[in-house]
Write a protein that binds this ligand. Structure first.
Ligand code: F0G
Length: 354
């Protein structure tokens, strides 16, 4: 396999990562995700080019695998006996899979009733021990941080610096594919690890002279869970995009820094705007992401509608998680459905094709 097509970040980007000769080189086939050019939405918004980075094609269906492969390898290298995380779903799915791959147990703490079905299924099938708490993600992370103090337990939330190290490789790949950094990077923001990681990645690549410029970072939170926009934590965050239903992001400073240094923005989008973008990504572009991922496009649409000039610019929206994780939301969209007996003429009649 050629170096650039390798789906193993610890190998492909070893020179930019804290990989040592003691780091276990275990992979599930993460990274190398497609950058797909928009057919409809880019031209409609007046962009020179709009791309979607399909992070949902990572092995557990989200961008978390980039950070997890690194964090888990370093945890095992340091002698950890078990992995622990708090999660709105995707982190737990990823942690559970890499724990299984390394042959160690995993423990996950999730907000009861607030995690999409597919993500819970993943944690279950990979054998994680799951504690559903009557509280928010922020409560879960608080508890996980304290449990993570125990000997032998590795906390693999993005407060673990190795998670950010792994996730920054998403930025490397965009530059590798485009030959330069884009003008705009649009990204959903929850716990704020990913926007922090992408900003670091773009900076490290420019320092290494793989690019000559930096993008503006445009981060988007759900309106009911927008602490970074409001400038203070939100006690009871609420949004249909459960992945980013977070009131007190752990990487607060990293997100603010990415926003300010890049002369970008962090704005909010309503659930209706998220759902409209989610539907259009699927129906106009053929891409099925989860609702939180669609916040990236929803924010871009909102900014253009508000008068931001984007003519001549190249933008990348990060599609962070797979739509199949949350079929309940997809099935709320109105579809044309018919019932018919198993009979050609009857089906033709239903379709109005006779
Ligand atoms: N998109 C998806 C699909 C996510 O699962 C998350 C975070 C984000 C965006 C936001 O990324 O937290 O780095 O700002 N999910 C975490 C989890 C919190 O537990 O799976 P962030």
């Amino acid at each position: 396999m050629s170096e650039t097509s390798s789906r193993f970040i610890l190998e492909r980007y070893a020179e930019f990562l804290p990989v040592t000769d003691k780091t276990p080189m275990v992979t599930l086939g993460e990274c190398g995700t497609p950058l797909v050019r928009s057919r409809v939405l880019g031209p409609e918004l007046g962009l020179e080019a709009l791309y979607f980075k399909l992070e949902y094609t990572n092995p557990t269906g989200s961008f978390k695998d980039r950070g997890m492969v690194m964090a888990v390898a370093k945890a095992i290298e340091a002698g950890a006996e078990a992995l622990l995380c708090a999660s709105t779903g995707n982190t737990s799915a990823s942690a559970a899979a890499y724990a299984a791959r390394h042959g160690v147990p995993s423990y996950v703490i999730v907000p009861a009733g607030r995690i999409a079905m597919g993500k819970l299924a993943q944690a279950v099938v990979h054998g994680a021990e799951i504690v559903a708490i009557e509280g928010s993600f922020d409560d879960a992370l608080n508890i996980a941080r304290q449990l993570g103090e125990r000997p032998g337990i590795a906390l693999v939330n993005s407060v673990n610096p190795y998670r950010i190290q792994g996730q920054k490789t998403g930025a490397f790949e965009i530059v590798d594919d485009l030959g330069e950094a884009p003008d705009l990077l649009c990204i959903p923001v929850g716990n704020a690890g990913n926007i922090t990681a992408y900003w670091r990645g773009f900076n490290e690549y420019r320092q290494a002279e793989r690019s000559t410029r930096l993008p503006k970072m445009w981060g988007f939170q759900a309106a009911g869970a927008a602490p970074l926009v409001l400038g203070h934590p939100v006690a009871n965050p609420e949004t249909i995009a459960t992945a980013i239903r977070i009131g007190n992001p752990a990487s607060w400073d990293g997100a603010v820094n990415a926003r300010d240094e890049s002369q970008g923005m962090i704005d909010s989008v309503t659930d209706d705007e998220i759902l409209e973008a989610y539907r259009r990504i699927a129906s106009d572009e053929g891409l099925f992401c989860e609702p939180a991922s669609a916040a990236s496009l929803a924010g871009l649409i909102k900014q253009v509608a508000a008068g931001q000039r984007v003519e001549g610019l190249t933008a990348v929206c990060i599609l962070t998680g797979n739509g199949l994780k949350d079929p309940d939301t997809a099935l709320k969209i109105e579809a044309v459905q018919h019932q018919a007996p198993a009979d050609l003429a009857a089906v033709e009649r239903e379709l109005g094709w006779n």
